[in-house]
Design a protein around this ligand. Sequence first.
Ligand code: BT5
Length: 252
Amino acid sequence: MAFVPEILRFESLPSTNLEAARRAIDGAAEGLCVVAREQTAGRGRLQREWISPKDAGLYFSLVLRPKFQQNSWSLLTLMAAVAVNDALREACSLETDIKWPNDILANDRKLCGILAETVETPMGRAVVVGIGINLTKDSFPEEFELVATSVETATGRSHDFETLLGALIAALEKHYAALREVEGPEAIMREWCARSSYAEGKLIRVVESNETLVGTTRGLERDGALRVETRNGIRVVRAGDVTSVRLSQELS
Ligand code: BT5
């Protein structure tokens, strides 16, 4: 077993990631899971918001204290995406795609976001892995309908929350244990590539802080960065927002 899960449940929190980070600073052991029925200030990347209405989604954060080299810590996001993909298949019979680096998609719409953050604690640097899964159509506002979806919408029925939570924690335990093995980084990238249509041969647009590039995906670097073949050669993308580009859009 990779970690011993301990689940703390809350009616409402500003953010499960913030609560998990606070508890990590207070000495929480690896394996602490924070779950809330709603978040009033759910966080995405780059100070963005994760909309988290009551009982409409799974709002979850896990405290990890990785012992392996920090240059492999970026793989924890990919590990979490693989675990979510497995849990949705097992608990909800739902096949999903993974968009680099941290989105889980169903029918090309976002169903889940993942936010991994490091936190300095008296016991050393820890990682909080936050996962938000849209369960019902009430989990996001109407104006997101073209870009977002939920487990209920994608499968046409509702699912048991506890079954999905249990499957998610079991999948995280399994893939975190695998990542800690000597061959773990290569293995988790293989697993990620097997589940993602974005790994190889996908025409994408990447919006970085000061630049936009268009190219075709060509697999991952050893730290999980995305390789993109552009007109000017291979570019390695470590941050940024990726969208799929249809050929007609690209050429017009
Ligand atoms: C993410 O950021 O996708 C990471 C989201 C992580 C949320 C979890 S919930 C538990 C834990 N506690 C937290 O406070 N956070 C984590 P990013 O790639 O930056 O995407 C954010 C963008 O997705 C927003 O700017 C919106 O456009 C969109 N968005 C917000 N809420 C959404 C929702 N419920 N469903 C689909 N898209 C959403």
